[in-house]
Design a protein around this ligand. Sequence first.
Ligand SMILES: [Zn+2]
Length: 560
Amino acid sequence: MRTPICIAGLIMFVAGTLQTIAQTKPSADLIITNAKIWTVDKSNPTAQAVAVLGDRIVAVGSNSDVDTWRGPKTRVIDAEAKLLLPGFNDAHVHFVSGGLALDAVQLNDASSAEEFVHRISERAKRTPKGEWLVGGDWDETKWTPARLPAKELIDPVTPETPVFVSRYDGHMSLANSLALRLAGVTAKTPDPPGGVIVRDAGGKPTGALKDAAMHLVNKVIPPLSHDQRLKAVKRALAHAASVGVTSVQNMNPDYEDIAAYSELLEKGELTARIYAAPLITQVDDQTKIGIRHAFGGPFLRIGALKAFADGSLGSATAYFFQPFDDLPSNHGILSDEMHPVSLMRDRMMKADADGLQLCTHAIGDQGISMILDIYSEITRAHGEADRRFRIEHAQHMAAKDFDRFVQLQVVASVQPYHAIDDGRWAEKRIGHDRASRTYPFRTFLNRGVRLAFGTDWDVAPLNPIFTVYAAVTRATLDGKNPNGWFPEQKLTVPETIEAYTMGSAYAEFQESEKGSITPGKLADMVLLSDDILSIAAEKIRDVKVLKTIVGGKIVWGARQ
Ligand SMILES: [Zn+2]
């Protein structure tokens, strides 16, 4: 007789508990309904609606599933069947330079030396006396005819303005005569290790300085004021929001940049999540504090180090096993951090021993190979661990090194936009065989190498849509390869989105926090004007961002 009573009691108890749960289940702060959601979550790839509570996703499913989270105060956005993706995570940016570039002289699309000079001249007229004219992102390969600029071009229009305008790849800058004078650079100045002072036939500097030689002038340019820096960061954040970038991984920031992020974090004004990787030359600072990789909170993390193995292909400073086809006496240069190589090895060993993550810029095949040598020495010395070594750019692979990427579980942190940009001229510089292993995204994926996508902003545009377009089409910017430059290396749209979300999240140890639209993860999402999964590939570059949501807050687009 006792049993039925017990069951009845149990039923009453369970019912009461369920009722309590129903009563206490909070309602969502935000629901996006009637969307086409591509979640990048393999257990639940597509959905119609998502609910957000605080800064986290709490439900993903059909409109009716998610509607159970609706309460009187829930903001509901009707997505009108548009595509909703996880927010883009740019794995490689120079955030403050990007913010500064938005306000600097624009030289990148100048199509001739005359236009380059004209724009510098106009900017110099508006530059207060004594202030430096910097930035620019010039690209002489877009000029007709293409030729490396020299100071004589710009001296007549900048007699009183020191000029140090950078090439878009960041590996070469052009100084005018006043800037060289202020920096004390003369015919007698020797090339520093890891750098080149470009000289004329008589041995005099032309004003073009490559890699480490740029320090000669950079060190005499007054540092940014705190106010200038804050403004640059705010400009960069606004730009990121407008193009759907919800996380950035900031390579070689100044410490003052991190201080600016930290100040904005405290004020609640960070609208993108930042993982900052200062230069490995400062490894001692982070090891002294004792922090490890990905240390910090959802909006700001440190614990990684950026190192440089070599330069760039465009500046002919990427380090190759064999000489350049168009410059047979040159096979690139190692960065100053690699002089000697044991210095780099010691710093990396130290960083790894203390749990810091290594993100190493390596572009030429030999530069990449030498870094893989060091990574494998580290693994042998310190044993297996989840360390997520990264090679930034990984542009020109030696055939033998794909296997080592896999064995050492190195993340290829790559920037597809560079492929459609460099693809215009790269084959002339390195020949067909090496070009066939250039930006080899498909080979990486097929071998099982993890990809993280980014832009290297302000080397390339921050807008992820251009990067998706580049990875999917490989159609070079000059229109000469409409079916793709080395088309066998194209990726599909879903692969591209995954590399830009989960791939980048993995590269910063955050794959359980972001990278997909999954209950429990941070509510970082982007709503697009068109469905990039189904439109023609060549139309992708015209797609716009309608809304950007970071931690459940709308940081771009109409609030509805
Ligand atoms: Zn970079």
